[in-house]
Design a protein around this ligand. Structure first.
Ligand SMILES: Nc1ncnc2c1ncn2[C@@H]1O[C@H](COP(=O)(O)OP(=O)(O)OP(=O)(O)O)[C@@H](O)[C@H]1O
Ligand SMILES: [Mg+2]
Length: 145
């Protein structure tokens, strides 16, 4: 599925819609350069889970942020991670295989991921426009909400 977001709020709204489709064990991988809108999108996912979007920030210092809600949300940012070895040491796989929902910024660092992970790719078009491609979600499910 492809979307054109023309402003920050639209990206957050698309994240909100995806958030409503997530279940325990869902893993969402976010791809795209600095400032593409990944954290903005996570704010929308958080809102859908009843978490305040203001609590969601760029996890520059913490690699993993946990948010309490009925289904816990784990927000992982791999920007500072270099090698596969480092990734395994963070313990992120314990989150990925938990009962929570895991959202991963800079998922490029993971290399190829399982087919059942949802992949969201952001491309910067200009100052305010972003192309957002979502893979791994059924369009029928998307249109039901
Ligand atoms: N259509 C848009 N969608 C998302 N963000 C937008 C859009 N237009 C402008 N912006 C701005 O771009 C920035 C996106 O920042 P955000 O932190 O979400 O990016 P990011 O992909 O998480 O970056 P990083 O890789 O540094 O974590 C924000 O300042 C936001 O206001
Ligand atoms: Mg970010």
């Amino acid at each position: 599925m492809k979307f054109l977001s023309r402003k920050t709020e639209e990206t957050q709204m698309i994240g909100f819609r995806l958030g409503n489709l997530l279940r325990p064990h869902s893993v969402v991988c976010l791809y795209g350069e600095l400032g593409a809108g990944k954290t903005t999108f996570v704010k929308g996912i958080a809102q859908a889970l009843g978490i305040s979007d203001r609590d969601v920030t760029s996890a520059s210092f913490t690699i993993i942020a946990e948010y309490d809600s009925e289904i816990p949300l784990y927000h992982i940012d791999l920007y500072r991670i270099e090698k596969n070895a480092d990734i395994d040491e963070t313990g992120i796989w314990d989150y990925i295989y938990s009962d929570g929902i895991t959202v991963i910024e800079w998922a490029e660092r993971l290399g190829e991921v399982q087919d059942d992970f949802i992949r969201v790719k952001f491309a910067i078009i200009d100052k305010e426009a972003r192309d957002i491609t979502i893979e791994g979600i059924d369009e029928k499910d998307w249109n039901r909400i």
